[in-house]
Design a protein around this ligand. Structure first.
Ligand code: ZN
Length: 46
């Protein structure tokens, strides 16, 4: 059962696919270290 609510005004933890950098942001961003796409850590990956 998926019951993950995402509040757009609330920060989530994002992890870089490429280099593993972690940052907090309110929306999906590019990695500040390498510019790659970042993934929201708080949403489980299937
Ligand atoms: Zn990166």
């Amino acid at each position: 059962m998926k019951d993950v609510t995402t509040d757009p005004d609330e920060e989530s933890t994002y992890e870089c696919f490429a280099c593993g950098a972690v940052t907090r942001a309110t929306s999906p961003i590019e990695c500040p270290e390498c510019g790659a796409d970042m993934r929201n850590r708080e949403i489980p990956v299937e």
